[in-house]
Design a protein around this ligand. Structure first.
Ligand code: URA
Length: 230
């Protein structure tokens, strides 16, 4: 953005004020006076009026990542590479995850620097459906469908899970839709039937599907329409 535009966007400066401040040499960019309003400022420029810092607002950033099973859903980890290591972006310390997946779980993960947006995704009341593709060690029984739809009691949290929809795809695989995100929820639900989950993959969160062109470890920015889903 041009420096004069940047200045006149501040509610306390008119366009004339901005021009006068520039002409008087009172505006500094990265410590140097800049007199020319056409100067292009970038996100990381430090703009000052006398001793006052006029920081440019950091643009919001939103990414979808295809989490591979090798990377942990965390911003730092002592043992494993983190999903942030997969991003070639500046200022990664400003980013956080909109929800988590277990280490070996693959699929859709959202990453942003917009705390309001990620809170809308992750708040327990938000009830954004999350769809998982599940593969199990033992055959999946038809009785699972009703049990998951009724809800399962989790003694540790003293709660009953919200009704979840199970679509059995074949003997050892299914698609499960959850409307909440409890700790290890999918594994614990199948664990109720002593059936170990051997592969777990998140396909979608709300209306947002993992981009079919992506492979594990890929990421891309969300489109405006995708950001507006939440
Ligand atoms: N449920 C699980 O058990 N693990 C995940 O990673 C996500 C949901």
């Amino acid at each position: 953005m041009r420096l004069d535009r940047f200045l006149s966007n501040f509610p306390d400066f008119s366009r004339l004020d901005a021009r006068l401040l520039l002409a008087a040499g009172r505006i500094r960019v990265d410590g140097r006076p800049v007199l020319d309003g056409r100067f292009e400022i970038r996100e990381f420029h430090r703009v000052e009026l006398d001793e006052r810092l006029l920081q440019a607002g950091k643009p919001a950033r939103y990414f979808m990542l295809y989490k591979p099973s090798s990377h942990v859903s965390a911003t730092e980890h002592p043992e494993h590479p983190t999903v942030l290591d997969l991003l070639d972006e500046p200022d990664k310390h400003e980013l956080h995850l909109g929800g988590r997946l277990d280490l070996t779980t693959t699929g859709l993960l959202l990453i942003t620097n917009d705390g309001h947006w990620s809170r809308r995704l992750t708040l327990p009341g938000s009830k954004q459906p999350k769809v998982y593709h599940v593969e199990t060690e033992q055959p999946i029984g038809t009785e699972y469908v009703e049990t998951f739809a009724r809800g399962l009691y989790f003694a540790f949290e003293d709660l009953t899970t919200l009704p979840a929809q199970l679509e059995i795809l074949d003997t050892h695989s299914a698609r499960l839709t959850l409307h909440e995100g409890r700790y290890h929820q999918v594994k614990r639900m199948f664990g109720h039937f002593r059936n170990r989950v051997v592969r777990l993959h998140r396909e979608s969160i709300g209306p947002l599907k993992l981009d079919p062109h992506m492979t594990p470890g890929d990421y891309r920015s969300l489109t405006e329409a995708e950001v507006a889903c939440f």
